[in-house]
Design a binder for this molecule. Structure first.
Ligand code: AMP
Length: 142
């Protein structure tokens, strides 16, 4: 069971935003797509940073509503932790838990290929356990 299995289920769509976009535009994008994180990328392939709802909340608390007109690049995290399709789910979940991050962009051939969240990993695991349980019940009743 690896990151590629989760990506196979959830898909490869990644919402990105340019670093020069405003935080207000970022908030609109998070709401529009019902997501918690956006990869910051000027070309949609390379990763310049990552910005999540937590960054917005923290900066709003620090700087007040003025932050809404500031560029996303000013509030993003620049050192991005990534994963790849071959990494095991256990390793990816461990990284997210101990780095206290809920999102991992997936890199393939040096470019942005997908993103997984801790929610995707938990959902994948629950689906898998449910399938296993159903197979066992079927086996017992036949
Ligand atoms: P999250 O739990 O994903 O909302 O992120 C919490 C904090 O970690 C925020 O400051 C994010 O910008 C940062 N963050 C989230 N994902 C990553 C990642 N993959 N690499 C580095 N920082 C991240």
């Amino acid at each position: 069971m690896n990151v590629g299995d989760v990506v196979g289920k959830k898909g490869t769509a990644v919402v990105t935003i340019a670093g020069e976009a405003t935080v207000a535009q970022l908030v609109a994008l998070l709401a529009e797509h019902n997501i918690g994180a956006v990869v910051v990328s000027d070309d949609g392939h390379s990763i310049d940073g990552i910005v999540t709802e937590r960054d917005v909340v923290r900066r709003l608390a620090d700087r007040g509503a003025d932050v809404l007109s500031q560029p996303v690049a000013d509030i993003m995290t620049k050192e991005v932790v990534t994963t790849d399709l071959e990494q095991s789910i256990e390793e990816a979940a461990h990284t997210m838990t101990y780095s206290r991050i809920r999102h991992l962009p997936v890199i393939e051939d040096g470019t942005l290929a997908a993103i997984i969240s801790i929610g995707d990993v938990v959902k994948y695991r629950i689906d898998q356990l449910t399938d296993e349980r159903n197979h066992l019940l079927e086996y017992l009743h036949n």
